[in-house]
Ligand binder design. Sequence first.
Ligand code: PLP
Length: 376
Amino acid sequence: MSIPLSDPGRTGPLGHLEIHLDRVRWNYLSLQKKLAKGADCAAVVKADAYGIGAAEVAVELYKANCRHFYAAHAGEGVAVRQALNGREAQVYVLHGPFGMKAEEFVRSNLIPVLNSWGDIEYWSGFARKTGQRLPAVIQIDTGMNRLGVTAEEVARLTADPEILKPLDVRYLLSHLACADEPAHPKNKEQLEAFRRLTAQLGLPSRLSFANSAGIFLGTDYHFDQVRPGAALYGINPSSVAPNLMQGIVTFKVRILQIKDVDRGETVGYGASYQVSTPAKLAILSVGYADGYMRSITGDGMVHVRGHACPVVGRISMDLIAADVTKVAPAPQAGEWAEIIGDHQTVDDVAAATKLIGYEILTNLGRRYKRIYSGQG
Ligand SMILES: *Cc1c(COP(=O)(O)O)cnc(C)c1O
């Protein structure tokens, strides 16, 4: 048998990582439909839009009328601004005024989220120095105990409003700790704290509270702006309900080799998996360096021509082995195996391990070229 030298299974790319931008827009619009009247849907595009590509996502969501974008780092905010290329939109920086000179921050047209008394003093001092009233967002910590001003600092701001004078506080923001568990009492506690502390401040600022999961807690949680990230990228915003979002990633990799192994043989590092009956293995071009985490060992599944095939043996850096014994006719080298796509979501890959979909997505396939489809 002779294989043509131009066989795409051999000469084509080793992986196919496709981002369906039409589905990102669909997810955005479907979230927006759920919102309380008057609430805006922002988009969280931190960490390169959860690994998807912040520039591409921002441009697509702008087409769906999204006008508010959240980055985590100032540098990410600059990249989003560049991608939006002069389009009218607000870009907020969740980590606040860090990692960049204040002048550059303002010149880059970024709005910092001020997360502490120190942040407020710093930004207010800078605004006073420039003589401009600078836009800002203030995050209030309502129980997450991560970033945000505390209840005591809110009281201090109320008693001493002078410090806020040089600032145009566009939003007061807070973040939910347990929104993916709708019955968790912490949700209502944080909601009440947010209402109380924002009322206490008495600013004309708009209010932003819910992340993806928070949107599904109901319209009480929507206020003036919601901030989904995960749901836009197809991750299930609920830990209890079926996923209403569309998966946006197709990730397929090549079968490099088919290997027949006898009963008693072992597979991979540590010889941790032993074959109990003669088996046919497909060796695939994916591993933990591609975000197929080593902790998936023992729980992985891939699909070859639609058949579910268990991943056997330890996950290596660049390779995994899948048991394709049951696929008939037998798969060949050069064929595709689906890692994420129609048969298996990002959440499925994460399930049964200690991983979450967010981790799979943010680590996915840096060495595979992203192919963007479905531009509006
Ligand atoms: C990451 C983040 C979000 C988005 O959360 P998802 O669960 O991905 O929707 C919203 N707000 C803040 C402050 C965040 O850090």
